[in-house]
Design a protein around this ligand. Structure first.
Ligand code: 5GP
Length: 192
């Protein structure tokens, strides 16, 4: 059986990426499994270890970096690590399923370098930074400091959008989901 492909989604925090990913995973014709990343940040309300992330201490994360267990990792926020474990990609793609990854701009670049035409990178953009600010405030999961940090980060990340294979603006959720699904369908039909 041939190995599955890698779909990388990046988007500024609050752009609706998680919702888009959840909708894509419901479409069984896409054959997607979510790559659960490791992180050294604390779980948010409702997040589960092994489902949303593998929650590791900073020490454990650093031990695994040293042991070369990550395909890619990045210090997405100062002092907070995020990374993709090689075992996670292998577990999913060896059964022929496609892996969907929610990773930042540095991670996307590294995955593309490593996997080339086996990976499709998609950047989801908010309609504007104003709309993003409203969404982050409305979500109610982050304090003012965290929102300011995420907005600054968003502006920085949007500067990388054109380096992705595809850019999709999320101004209507249904349309964004349909557009991403179509891109994935087209990509997974092709030979790697
Ligand atoms: P959050 O804290 O909101 O869950 O995620 C913050 C950021 O970390 C998001 O932009 C997300 O894409 C990124 N991220 C999550 N997992 C990974 C990973 O495994 N590798 C990299 N490079 N970034 C990640």
């Amino acid at each position: 059986m041939s190995k599955g492909k890698l779909i990388v989604l990046s988007a500024p925090s609050g752009t609706g990426k998680s919702t888009i990913i959840n909708e894509l995973m419901k479409d069984s014709t896409l054959g997607l499994s979510f790559s659960v990343s490791a992180t050294s940040r604390r779980p948010r309300e409702g997040e589960k270890d092994g489902v949303n992330y593998y929650f590791l201490t900073q020490e454990e994360f650093e031990r695994r970096i040293a042991a070369d267990e990550f395909v890619e990792w990045a210090e997405v926020y100062a002092g907070t690590y995020y990374g993709t474990l090689a075992s996670e990609i292998e577990r999913i793609t060896s059964s022929g399923r496609n892996v969907i990854m929610d990773i930042d701009v540095a991670g996307a670049e590294n995955v593309k370098k490593m996997y080339g035409s086996r990976a499709l990178t998609i950047f989801i953009e908010p309609p504007s930074l104003e709309v993003l600010k409203e969404r982050l405030t409305g979500r109610g999961t982050d304090d003012a400091d965290s929102i300011a940090r995420r907005l600054g980060k968003a502006e920085y990340e949007m500067g990388f959008a054109s380096a992705y294979d595809r850019e999709i603006v999320n101004d209507s959720l249904d349309k964004a989901v349909a557009d991403v699904a179509e891109e994935i369908r087209e990509f997974t039909r092709k030979e790697a």
